[in-house]
Design a protein around this ligand. Sequence first.
Ligand code: GLA
Length: 400
Amino acid sequence: MTDRIENLLTHHRQHVGDAPTTLYQAPGRVNLLGEHTDYSGGFCMPAALSFNTLVAASPRADTLLRLHSLDFAQSTEADLRTLAIPPRSAHPAWNHYVEGVAWSLQQEGITLTGADLTITGNVPQGAGLSSSASIEVATATALLALANQTLPKPTIALACQRAENRYVHGSCGIMDQFISACGVRGNALAIDTRALTAELAPIPDNLRLVVCNSMVTHQVAGESPYAQRRREVEEAANVLHRKNPAIKQLRDATLNDLEASRLDMSYPAFLRARHVITDSQRVVDGVALLRAGNQRAFGALMTEAHASFRDDFAASCDQCDLLVRLALSLPGCLGSRLTGGGFGGCTVSLVEAPHADSFAATLQKLYFDAIAVTAQIFICEIADGAGPVSFPPLHKSTSS
Ligand code: GLA
């Protein structure tokens, strides 16, 4: 991380004329179980990754938000007093994620100061590893620090989700922002997305999470397959609610409730709901298995989750199915599945540590041999959620 920090500080000084007063990081994530459950109040089990977004921040005396992105080599400027929701776009500009967070914090009643922010990230984009949530949460924590304000972490996550839902028009749930704000090193979190609470789901030291990017890009913003699936899930939830008003979200429904209403909804809505109900339950079962040290059964649950995501939720793609099949054929692999919003992006495999290097190399080779695409592969560390990053005092000020 040191080189990235050095580079960020250098650029910040070039653009702003001085060193930043604060530097914050927020991570991307991989999800192990519980996919598309978070907008139904269900459970999910993500882990924060050591890929992150870094935001260097200096306060301004005026109300301007001046942004510079190292990765896009672009600068933008907006006024905090006149931030306005931009029109819907299939490819929102990077600065809209940042401005959206400022807008959302102001909606929360926070008085922000003008700021110069310099931003860089290494979360692979469009890969389903939550690069947008990491930008949002890093921005929120940096802006709050500049304004000398604090908010509980789940509230920060909600503010960032609101930015993405309303300012960027992305129909995401709370999972990505929550784990980016609240992640704990060495652990996945079993998140109750309705209560906005989480339990630690410790990943044993002898296992590695190996993330493999199929290189099929996906999109959450605008009219996407994600939004389509969400509508189908909502159709099922509405039918169940009409029958039994105590079912407010799919979180409240059992498989029996769903079966009893099977003919009252479209068949796709039935299948999507079956995935949501069973995958949320897999999170509850998965925590118990991890606590009991039953690593093989946990891996098998991940593989079962893939089948549910592929068959009931119809959110996989040929390339990701191939990656999962190849992964499961390799020594040391306990489980494998497509992670994130679906329709491309990354798979995550649970691999015994001594096999991790050869697993990664062989998976990449087999995938290339099959479809002539070089997958990016990462043997991941599970990192902490957002927080301040210390940087050398040498860089604090050029004027002293
Ligand atoms: C995307 C969304 C999340 C969640 C996942 C699917 O990552 O941002 O809120 O719905 O898809 O589990």
